[in-house]
Design a protein around this ligand. Structure first.
Ligand SMILES: O=C(O)CCC(=O)C(=O)O
Ligand SMILES: [Fe+2]
Length: 315
């Protein structure tokens, strides 16, 4: 029996990227964590706190022994798993979304900014993305993150107050529905050849329902405020004309995309990256398409996002 010492998980922790002029605090690497272990609640708390301290991005390198079963088991320790509502999981593990990008991919899953599952009523807290043994060379096809908390904090108090009064509709149909380009249901099935393509669920009732969420959300653990809209899933701002909504949303999208709020996460084989969708927006960069890339995602169900009015800290 090892002595209980949750802080052992932080041994050797280092910042993801101490870029001069950038958000040096965004992202931490935890080399001492082996995700095949079963953790105590205290240890899970330490990992979550490390994520909060790093603005929501934690990287676990060299998880060479991690199987889909371990991936699911670790995710379960963080909360209830939310299988993707439109795309089907892999055989034997419906909770695991396999994202295959062929070397000549025409369609890239998650290519534009978004927060995972913002189209659901209970959105996603953490996503845990595992790089498999099939990954392109380091520095290509990275995942780009933006701190929507830093983006909110940098707005003027007038704009912060105004946005805090608004709600916006999020829609799975916008991204995956029949009429949409790029990421659509049909197009996503072309992410890879034949049996490697993403498989869609036979039934996806989420395509028929949009949900309204606050434009400014409050993180239940940290109390930090965030901008919670995205070009992938947000349709329009409640109570505004189309012209007003489009103009305001495009301002927020370009604000969130500013480099000073961002962090680029490069991949190695068997690397796991966990991020907090309540603090960040992200996108898959497809810059050098000459090697295959296979990643597995498991996402944790969060809660219906809290707005600035009347939010409560979760117990
Ligand atoms: O492939 C990537 O880098 C990110 C894709 C994505 O948006 C996701 O896994 O949630
Ligand atoms: Fe995503």
């Amino acid at each position: 029996m090892r002595a209980p010492n949750p802080l052992r998980l932080l041994e050797g922790r280092y910042p993801l990227n101490d870029r001069p002029g950038g958000l040096s605090g965004l992202g931490a690497v935890l080399p001492a964590v082996d995700l095949t272990e079963e953790f105590t609640q205290e240890e899970i708390d330490v990992i979550q706190q490390a994520s909060h301290d790093a603005g929501g991005i934690v990287v676990f390198p060299d998880q060479t022994k991690l199987t889909p079963a371990h991936h699911v088991a670790f995710a379960r320790q963080l909360g209830e798993i939310e299988p993707h509502a439109v795309a089907a999981g892999i055989d034997g593990y419906p909770e695991v979304l396999e994202i295959v990008r062929e070397a000549d991919a025409k369609v890239v899953f998650g290519e534009d900014w978004h927060s995972d599952n913002s189209f659901m009523q209970q959105t996603c807290s953490f996503s845990i993305l595992r790089g498999t043994g099939v990954m392109p060379r380091r520095g290509s096809n990275d995942t780009l993150f933006s701190s929507t908390e830093a983006a909110y904090a940098a707005l003027s108090p007038h704009m912060q107050n105004f946005l805090g009064t608004l709600t916006a509709y999020h829609s799975a149909n916008k991204a995956y529905g029949a009429g949409s380009a790029g990421n659509s249901f049909a197009a996503m099935q072309n992410t890879a050849h034949g049996q490697n393509a993403m498989r869609m669920r036979v039934e996806a009732p989420i395509l028929d329902t949009d949900y309204a969420h606050p434009v400014v959300t409050v993180h239940p653990d940290t109390g930090r405020r965030s901008l919670f809209v995205s070009p992938t899933f947000t349709k329009h701002i409640h109570g505004m004309s189309a012209e007003e909504s489009t103009a305001l949303l495009s301002f927020i999208y370009s604000w969130i995309a500013k480099p000073q709020f961002s962090q680029r996460v490069s991949w190695s084989k068997h690397q796991v990256t966990m991020w907090d969708n309540r603090s960040l927006s992200h996108k898959g960069i497809a810059d050098i398409l000459d090697e295959r890339r296979i990643v597995h995602r498991v996402s944790i169900r969060g809660h219906a996002p809290f707005g600035v009015e009347g939010w409560q800290r979760c117990a």
